[in-house]
Design a protein around this ligand. Structure first.
Ligand code: G6P
Length: 368
């Protein structure tokens, strides 16, 4: 087993380090050209784009967080309405599904019972179906009309890392593909996004080099029993995922919230024992995030800020600062996820939990 971990202490750490390769492979597999993503001629929408009035995304766990980001990307780049539902909720609420809907299941394993059942439900109600999956020939491929594969490679650790960032990559690729076809995304902007995607592996390598620094951050907050994660816009689901990752493997109670919702409840939890991880990327809403930071600080909360490289304001407000390269907003969730994965990993490893096999969890949940 030691050999399979290629010198890493855990599969999770190995898989975190595989992300540059995994993202590159996912782009290759999608048929990326200079200003378009072709998916090699696969007609994703079956009846064609004109017949697609809405996309309904169905997923569980980490894949659900990828779907939330996908919704914003597709709505903004392609202007197609998107809904997202937790697979286990979708089937039991008598959902409205039309023959003009595309139901899109997102599942790393392709074996999650709830996701398969939800996609079947949508199909029965007349929707076209598509799946995004990481495992060739998985069960979901027998339900979906079409499948797009992420190329993360086998993910052994229960906590999803490279599968998540390749799903996010796929969301950007799909949004570009659809945007080019609806005509809402011009060649120039598509080209800039694709160039940005090509640069991600190098940026991720740089972020991975900060692993030791992030371990020091984790050590400083080692005694924490609870932790909040705040983000807005595309980084709100990143906050949800950061909290999920931390609780899954370190058993520290963690909650992710939209920054703007902090004042409606979570702020009541903040005291001087509480680390608050704030995703404070530059972009729309940055000013509001700064005022959230002030509020947390005023209550003694310990701020771990994930901010944009070159941000010289935020340092004064944060106890710990993790800097992420300045990239297009659409790509920020991918980069912002990396330090949060490392943070969760180091918290867990310092605590001595079974990082790759956390208690009570399974890699894929094949019962409903
Ligand atoms: C389990 C795993 C999670 C995963 C979820 C959905 O809970 O522990 O890491 O996100 O299932 O899995 P899927 O294979 O459908 O993406």
């Amino acid at each position: 087993a030691a050999a399979e971990k290629q010198g890493f202490r855990h599969y999770m750490l190995k898989e975190i380090h595989e992300q540059p390769r995994a993202i590159r492979d996912t782009m290759l597999g999608a048929g990326v050209v200079a200003d378009d993503v072709r998916f090699d001629g696969v007609d994703l929408l079956g009846k064609g784009l004109d017949a697609c009035a809405r996309i309904v995304m169905l997923a569980c766990g980490t894949s659900f967080h990828a779907a939330l980001i996908g919704r914003s990307l597709i709505e903004s780049l392609a202007r197609i309405p998107v809904e997202v539902d937790i697979a286990s909720e979708f089937r039991y609420r008598d959902p409205i599904v039309r023959t003009t809907d595309l139901a899109l299941a997102i599942t790393q394993s392709g074996e999650t019972a709830d996701t398969i059942a939800a996609l079947k439900e949508a199909k029965q109600r007349g929707a076209q179906t598509l799946a995004i999956c990481n495992v060739l020939g998985a069960s979901i491929s027998r339900v979906a009309d079409r499948v797009l594969y992420t190329h993360a490679g086998p993910e052994i650790s229960v906590a999803s890392t490279k599968a998540f960032t390749t799903q996010l990559t796929m969301m950007v690729l799909l949004a570009i593909h659809l945007g080019r076809r609806t005509g809402h995304l011009g060649a120039e902007r598509a080209r800039a996004l694709i160039d940005g995607l090509q640069d991600l592996p190098a940026h991720i390598d740089n972020l991975l080099a900060a692993s030791a620094a992030i371990r020091i951050v984790a050590r400083r907050h080692q005694g924490a029993r609870d932790c909040l994660f705040l983000g807005r816009g595309l980084c709100y689901p990143v906050a949800l995922e950061g909290a999920l990752k931390l609780k899954e493997i370190s058993y520290i109670h963690a909650e992710g919230h939209a920054s703007g919702e902090m004042k409606h409840g979570p702020i009541a939890l903040v005291d001087n024992t509480m680390p608050v991880v704030v995703l404070a990327q530059r972009g729309p809403g940055y000013g509001k995030v700064l005022s959230n930071l002030e509020e947390v600080r005023a209550r003694g909360g310990k701020i771990i800020a994930v901010a944009t490289l070159g941000d010289h304001t935020i340092g004064d407000l944060a106890d710990d600062l993790i800097l992420v390269p300045d990239v297009a907003g659409e790509l920020q969730p991918i980069l912002a996820s990396i330090p949060l994965q490392l943070l969760a990993y180091h918290f867990a490893d310092l605590k001595g939990t079974d990082v790759d096999q956390p208690r009570n969890l399974a890699k894929s949940v094949t019962v409903e």
